[in-house]
Design a protein around this ligand. Structure first.
Ligand code: ZN
Length: 134
């Protein structure tokens, strides 16, 4: 496959999972348990079929399926958040500053503050999400 084909297929796969996610949310809102369960099964089959492209973990925040190569935010307890659910640099800095986040949570305050300063120095905003490639 050419890079262009791969990119196109990944975008289509993204839209398939986004569509299933939206349909699942709609079924949930209508308390349509049967459809919700069926959609979960469909998603599992698709995740297996595209296991090379799809992360085994869904977003801890919204349940969205995430693809490798997409931006995500790993949490201290080994979960993943999608780009929309990821915290901002400013949010994490406030957690450190307020003592709500400590080195015991698996982070490192000095390292974070250094990375924060570098992010701001490079023209970044405290409102930018802290994201890494999955
Ligand atoms: Zn999410």
């Amino acid at each position: 496959m050419t890079d262009e084909t791969t990119t196109k297929r990944r975008a289509l796969l993204r839209s398939v999972f986004d569509g299933l996610h939206a349909l699942g949310k709609a079924a949930e809102a209508d308390s349509d348990t049967r459809t919700s369960m069926q959609l979960m099964d469909v998603r599992e089959v698709l995740k297996d079929a595209f296991e090379e492209d799809v992360s085994a973990q869904d977003c801890e925040g919204c349940g969205k399926t995430m693809l490798y190569g997409e931006k995500h935010h790993p949490t201290a307890d080994d979960c993943d958040l999608c780009a929309e659910c990821a915290p901002s640099w400013g949010c994490i800095k406030r957690q450190w500053d307020g003592g709500r986040k400590t080195d015991e949570d698996g982070g490192n305050k000095a390292e974070f503050m250094e990375a924060y300063a570098a992010h701001i120095a490079a023209g970044g905003s405290p409102d930018d999400k802290v994201l890494y490639e999955l």
